[in-house]
Structure formats: C-alpha cells, structure tokens
Design a protein around this ligand. Structure first.
Ligand code: AMP
Ligand code: GLY
Length: 427
C-alpha cells in the first residue's frame, strides 16, 4: 500500500481524494490543509505555511509515494519543484511551466509561437496606450476582453460589452487593484461561441484527453449575473462533438505537447484548455495548469480504474503505459454557494444540514468551503458544497443532482437551477 499527499482544500481536492481513495494501491491519504469533507477519507493537516519547502518537508516526513498538487497558487510558487527535488514523484508542473497559467502574456506568446489557435491580442504595461488600443477597437466595431496578466483568483477578466467597461477594466488593473498581477494587461478580441473545458494528462511525452466537460461561470440562471469560480458543471459536453475533439487534439493538444518539448518545459500533470467553439473553429481562451473546479467534481466520478496508477505514471513520465476508462453515464454537479457570493461580504458561519441525507440518497457531496465548529459543519467560503450525480441519461443525472441539493440547507444558500439544461436541449 502506498501513501499519497494531496495539496489543497477545495471541492476539486475532495474529488481527487475520493478518486485516490478508491484506488486499490492507496493506503493513507494526507491532505494539506484539506477540509471537513476530505477529513472523512484522508488525514487533514494544516502545515505552518503553504510554502514549497514546508510542503516538501511534510511529504518527506510522511514518506509518501506520490504528491498531487491541486491549486495553481502552490504550483506557481514552486511546490512541484521543491517536492520533486526530494525524490518524490509529483503530479503537477514545475514553477517555470506553471507560468502558462500564472502569466496570461506568457501563455498567449506560447500559443502564438506554437500555432495554437487563440484570440488576437496585445499586451500593455501602461494605461495610456491600452486605453488608446481599446478606443481603436470599439471605433472599428470590435469588442474586447481585458485580462490582468497574473493570478487574480478568477477576478482579473472583464468581458467588456462596451468601451466604457473596457476602459474601466484597464484603469482598475493599472490602479493596483490586483497588485503585481495587474501591472501588465492583456487585451484580446471578444470571441462569440460556446465554451467547453478540455482537460488532458501529459508527462511531456504523451498527451491524453479526459472526457469533456462544461462549466457554468455566471452566478444566475440563463448565464446572467457576475462571473464566479463556477456554479456547476456536467460531463460530457455535447458541444464537444467528435469533430470538435479531433480539432482540439490536432490543433491544441498535439501542438501544446510539441510546444513544451520545443521549449524544454518539464510538464507532468494536467493541462486544462478553456476552449471557445466559434463558427470559425476552436480557440483557446486560457490554459490552466491544474484540474478545473468544479469540472473535476463532474469528471472524476466518471473515471474507472486506479487514479493513483494514472497519476503516478504521469508523474514518472510513463503515461504511455496508462489506459483511461470512463463510465458512459453522464454526470452533473451543482455548486451550492454562500449568500453574498461572489462579490461579498459572504454570509458565513451557518449550520449546514442534510449532507448525510443526500449521501444516503446516493449523491456525492464534495466540500469546498466548510469548517467544523462545535461538532457542526458550517459554511466558511464562497462555494460551499458541490453535489454530484450520475445516471444513464443526462436529464436523469440532472434530476438526481437537484434531488441531492434539495435535501441540503443553510441560511442564505444559493445555487443555479439550470445546470446542464443546455446539454439536454442539444440532444
Ligand atoms: P479566462 O480566465 O481567461 O478563462 O477568462 C474567464 C472567462 O472569461 C472565460 O471562461 C470566458 O467565459 C470569458 N472569456 C475569456 N476570454 C474571452 C474571449 N476572448 N472572448 C469571450 N469571452 C472570454
Ligand atoms: N472552472 C474554471 C476553472 O477551474 O478555472
């Protein structure tokens, strides 16, 4: 039996721990920092800090056979480098490769250089030329998207329907609202189409896509309201037809692999391509260097086989030896969020009831933002729980997932009621 370390404490890490816990080779799972849901399948530990060296010391102390880094922040800080330097296989790219998510400018340059289709763009380091560019685009009848270069916890992107919005976004970035992350700004063409998430495993030699999924970024039904970290997801995404998948493999994944090889980038983990399927073909909106959240909570339950085996082979550069098997049943996951999410202030600290009832009814309930207080589970974050169900038909998976949601309550709770509705309309 082999012990594993998982770094992170959200719904994504809960789903990864769930997948690992079902792998026959896995003994103890350690999770830093974890959460009360993860604590039921793993030993959760809060280390002194999330500093790469502290995490590496912990991995050595627990003699784990594999470390899995969930979120982008520790990857961008060099957690994979530090742990791998101690001889422990790590699922997750090194710091230099994590720049594909950590810097939008770096990522766009990589895409252009390696022929990966993406929106036309320019990068700016000062407000005046950026404003001038924005003005020129709207004068020519084109709308833009304004992106802070660095990590901004999902808040650094403004899809600007009007010139006024775009100018405000430029000013916000340069006024220091996102700190260092906003000192460079990428302005790109606004693309029209339907989005999908393609996640692929790579060890730098082989690249294998997972089943497709689609996230719901807006807070409210009908894709209205502010952007969030994601309000729900489903898998597969019907927009990813066989021909779209062929195009993504050829023009995105294979070129990505050739690109990291040409640049000598050490990349062992997940590459997440956010795709816009436009009438002119697929365009990459962004690369993330980690599993998507909440896509993972929809995708991992469909995985068949040993997640440990596949992750270890990825970490060791032996991905070619792995085979991936998936349930044919579609999955749906619904995010239940705190009142006040996403803008804040969050309405936190309320007792959550009904989790066990939902689990008894056969749903998976992943914890994203909960803490235990006086023996009770209370909400502590923006996204709180993610409820997943699978069924032979998508409409039944939707019904089952919402049946789970209906059993769970706390004051101020909010969720969308139309997750995956689009997937059913397509059929
Ligand atoms: P990003 O973090 O770059 O993926 O952007 C977050 C979200 O903004 C994406 O999931 C899209 O919904 C939207 N977005 C980003 N870039 C574009 C674009 N060029 N055109 C239209 N929407 C975009
Ligand atoms: N679901 C979007 C993300 O993980 O970035």
């Amino acid at each position: 039996m082999f012990d594993v370390l998982v770094i992170g404490g959200g719904g994504r890490e809960h789903a990864l721990c769930y997948g690992l816990s079902k792998s026959p080779e896995v003994g103890q799972i350690w999770c830093v920092p974890g959460n009360p849901g993860i604590a039921r399948i793993a030993r959760c530990v809060k280390t002194a800090s999330m500093d790469p060296e502290v995490l590496a010391n912990f991995a050595v102390e627990k003699a784990v056979s594999l470390a899995v880094v969930g979120p982008e922040a520790p990857l961008c800080a060099g957690a994979a480098d530090a742990i791998r330097a101690r001889g422990i296989p790590v699922f997750g790219p090194v710091k230099a490769s994590a720049l594909l998510e950590g810097s939008k400018d770096f990522s766009k340059k990589f895409m252009v250089k390696h022929g990966i289709p993406t929106a036309r763009y320019q990068t700016f380091t000062a407000a005046a030329p950026a404003r001038e560019y924005v003005h020129g685009e709207y004068a020519a009848g084109r709308a833009v998207v304004v992106k802070a270069d660095g990590l901004a916890a999902g808040k650094g992107v403004v899809v600007a329907e009007t010139e006024e919005m775009a100018l405000r976004a430029v000013d916000d970035c340069f006024s220091g609202q996102f700190g260092e992350a906003g000192s460079r700004v990428v302005i790109e063409e606004l693309l029209i189409g339907e989005e999908a998430s393609i996640l692929a495993l790579t060890d730098g030699k082989t690249i294998i896509p997972l089943v497709s999924s689609q996230d719901h970024k807006r807070l409210l039904d009908g894709d209205r309201g502010p952007n969030t970290g994601g309000m729900g997801a489903y898998s597969p995404a019907p927009v990813v037809t066989d021909s779209v998948m062929r195009e993504v493999k050829e023009k995105v994944l294979n070129r990505f692999l050739a690109g990291i090889q040409a640049e000598n980038m050490d990349y062992r983990g997940i590459i997440y391509a956010g795709i816009m399927v436009t009438k002119d073909g697929c365009r990459v909106l962004e690369f993330n260097v980690r599993f998507g959240d909440p896509e993972t909570e929809a995708v991992i339950p469909r995985f068949r086989g040993s997640l440990y085996d596949v992750m270890l082979k990825t970490a060791q550069g032996r991905l070619a030896e792995a085979t991936l098997e998936w349930s044919k049943d579609p999955s749906v996951c619904i995010v239940m969020a705190s009142g006040g999410y996403p803008a804040g202030p969050l309405d936190k600290g309320h007792e959550i009831t009904g989790i066990e009832e939902a689990e008894k009814a056969g749903k998976l309930v992943f914890h994203a933002g909960t803490v235990e207080k006086d023996g009770k589970i209370v909400n502590s974050g923006g996204r709180v729980l993610v409820v997943t169900a699978m069924a032979p038909e998508m409409h039944e998976a939707i019904r089952q997932a919402y049946d789970g949601v209906s059993r769970i309550h706390w004051d101020g709770e909010q969720h969308r009621t139309d997750i995956a509705a689009r997937a059913v309309m397509k059929r």
